[in-house]
Ligand binder design. Sequence first.
Ligand code: TEU
Ligand code: CA
Length: 555
Amino acid sequence: MERKWWHDKICYQIYPKSFCDGNGDGIGDLAGIISKLDYLKDLGVDILWLSPIYPSPFADQGYDISDYQNIDPKFGTLEEMDTLLKEAHAREMYVLMDLVVNHCSDEHQWFQEAIKDPYGKYGKYFYIEKADAEHLPCNWRAYFGGPVWEPLPGHPDLYYLHVFHKKQPDLNWENPELRREIYDMVSWWMKRGLDGFRLDAIINIKKALPFKDYPADRPDGLCSIHNELHEAHGVGDFLGELRDEAFAPYGAFTVGEVFNEKDEELPDFIGENGYFCSMFDFSGTVFGQTQLGWHTFTDITPEDYKDCIFATQKRVSGIGFLSNIIENHDEPRGVSRYLPAEARTPAGKKLLAMTYFLLRGLPWIYQGQELGMENLKLNSIDEVDDISSLDSFKTSIEHGLSEREALDLIEKHGRDNARTPFQWSSAKNAGFTTGTPWLHVNPNYKEINLEAEANDPSSVFNFYKKLTRLRKDPAVKDVFVYGTFTPYLPEEKDLFAYVREYEGKKIYVLANYSSTPRTVKLPEGVTEILLDNLDSAVLENGSVTLQAYQGVVVK
Ligand code: TEU
Ligand code: CA
């Protein structure tokens, strides 16, 4: 396999609105991010992905873009973006923006022009169909609820398609003129010095045409969008063109947000000269989900999680580099999802960190994860911002759940969990802003915050630093980057263990996801502990005893 500059990098996702507020208006911004570059460098991360910072009406927190070639004044200016790129590069760090091109905002000029002249040039940038409320072109349900069709303002006989929110009209990728427009926009950013993109919801750019109904799966008479995604063929033609026209000429680093790819497609997506450099492994994320609503979701146990990860690592072996995550801005906090309640302790959080961080693929940290930030408790639906949670609340209530039960589901699955402000210190508003934060701070910031953890050698934060340093240690780096992955004692319940091997060097990760201590037999020749989340293990007589939720990395 040809070595690429990004193979050995550690990545970090910033949700700008909630990271650091530089000017006291309660909203995180570019100035805030720039002020924390040294912090990120010291943590040991190389590649930064910024969730969208383009001008936006914020119907979906910036994932509804009204101008692709500018910065929203809430976040700063283009000049500040240039400064961020310069300052990051000076620290040998790389910056990715979010490429949200399945849809734009209804306030984007393209859509405004389409409203003026639906049959003109810009009307063809979207999916606009003749229809009426009783006869929509198809019965697909939008990701955020309701039909995907919305009347085109001022044209009672015309409807436009939006697979997400109605303020996010879908762009028509079948139109070569639209595609050219996107490639030029990407090139413009790359020439400005950007290092690449994370590709939002990218599988959705190909629709199964012509529009048709699928069997309804809820009382609303609509059907999950997954029906058509399953039948939509040919997304690869768009993605290959996007790569060749917009990414390859600039050597862009790209990571795709891809759900439901088929096994046989993996080499096309992330193999040698794939559409993307990498894509996220969502196998743990989607575990236990159904299309019927959050009330039908089941929890993931450590054993389930292990099965997901082992299966993925096997699937992708020899093909390419996945991006490994335990959370992002759409998901609950990883420690709240993957750890049993009893293990939501610094020890348990470190165990989870160790387990996923040393897998094959690029390790990603989502902001605040390095502190062990947790899900948010809710008292009322009025506290909720996330449109996905608001939709699920409606569905839950319609389904007969009590308000409290519906809130419990949001506490578990809602997107605000990851979007509360970064907890910098125990000062007011967790040191995130001197103003009023746009979204409430998690009240646990008094205990969980960077200031306290930086001073505590045994903190979750300092453990993440140990992990980044271990992955970069020249003595073992190739094992973690290029080594094979093989499950170790996979049949032992609640033992999450594997071996990474490169050119005869073997490193074992042994993690006890159980409240009962256990003795694990070590392979011959294992003599050294590289990392231990409790700093207490001893290797003797060819075995190691792991306490409850203890894990070690040994070689
Ligand atoms: O998410 C795309 C996605 O496929 C959704 O299913 C996502 O998991 C869902 O919103 C969770 O409720 C991306 C972005 O990451 C998300 O923040 C945006 O809302 C969405 O695209 C639309 O741009
Ligand atoms: Ca601000």
